[in-house]
Design a protein around this ligand. Structure first.
Ligand code: NAP
Length: 259
């Protein structure tokens, strides 16, 4: 378990990525994203972490370079990639941990068709679908050509078409299903551009964050992870990925989520 290895000071990351690992987390202000940055920091083999969010995230560890990305402004994504490139860094791991489900005033998960409106759909699409693809567009040149690397975007089980038995949540479901297709399509292109890169969607499980908060009342059934446990789970999955996983969505335990 990664959690044990964190305390033992030895890391599966070293086995997978070598001893001088660089990682980038986009959405580093989020519940899961901020814990991913903290957990990466504790891994001895991870020597550089680039942490991005809309407002500059605050971290004190000197391993961390913090700056801004707004996924709805492509120039900020390009500038962030440029800043990493200027440090002459390659990235072994890129994790897009951003996403929206609700936003006061204009985006709320739809209960039924009567709630669907184009602005909610496009707002979810801009952040959840286009956002990770823009990161891939500008960050993939930073992935090494001759060494294993991972591009992961946090998706969600509700983006699975086959697994959709409850309905509702049109904007979120559609945007995550679109992301999953984006991941699959990217995996095809990466076999040519970065043959040693693995590209996946990751479902973290239900995690207690701002995003899930309105839906975790008494009616909620099932396990809820804390963000620190969720981040450890996700890093555990990332450390065991190989190329046969590329293009798929995996859950927090490493199991495939159906398309
Ligand atoms: N929590 C769960 O139960 C759960 C379950 C399944 C999947 N997920 C997925 O996991 C990911 C992380 O969610 P979370 O629970 O950690 O949510 P969260 O705490 O609300 O964090 C969301 C993050 O996304 C960022 N973000 C939103 N819009 C952005 C934009 N335009 N540009 C850049 N960053 C933007 C937020 O930045 P700001 O701070 O600037 O708003 C924040 O850092 C999401 O993709 C979510 O869909 C979560």
């Amino acid at each position: 378990m990664l959690s044990q290895e964190l305390t033992n000071n030895c890391t599966p990351f070293a086995h997978s990525f070598g001893n001088d690992v660089s990682a980038a987390v986009i959405g580093a202000s989020g519940g899961i994203g901020s814990e991913l940055v903290e957990a990466l920091c504790k891994l001895p083999s991870v020597t550089r972490i680039y942490a991005f969010s809309r407002t500059k995230p605050q971290f004190s560890n000197p391993k961390i370079f913090a700056s801004t990305i707004d996924l709805e402004k492509e120039n900020t994504v390009a500038a962030a990639a440029g800043a990493i490139g200027a440090e002459n860094s390659a990235l072994d791991i890129v994790i897009v941990a951003s996403g929206i489900l609700h936003k006061q005033g204009f985006l709320a998960p739809e209960r039924s068709l009567k709630d669907v409106d184009p602005e909610s759909l496009s707002a979810a699409f801009r952040v959840n679908t286009a956002g990770p693809l823009l990161v891939a567009k500008h960050f993939h040149p930073l992935l090494p050509k001759t060494k294993k690397s991972v591009f992961a975007a946090l998706s969600a089980r509700v983006g699975s078409i086959e697994d959709n038995h409850l309905g509702g949540w049109y904007s979120y479901r559609v945007s995550k299903a679109g992301l999953n297709m984006g991941i699959k399509t990217l995996s095809v292109e990466l076999t040519r551009l970065r043959p040693l890169a693995t590209c996946v969607g990751l479902h973290p499980g239900t995690v207690a964050t701002k995003l899930s908060e309105p839906f975790l009342g008494r009616a909620h059934k099932g396990h809820v992870f804390t963000p620190d446990v969720a981040s450890t789970n996700l890093l555990q999955v990332i450390s065991t990925l190989n190329q046969k996983d590329s293009g798929f969505v995996l859950d927090w335990s490493g199991k495939r989520v159906p398309y």
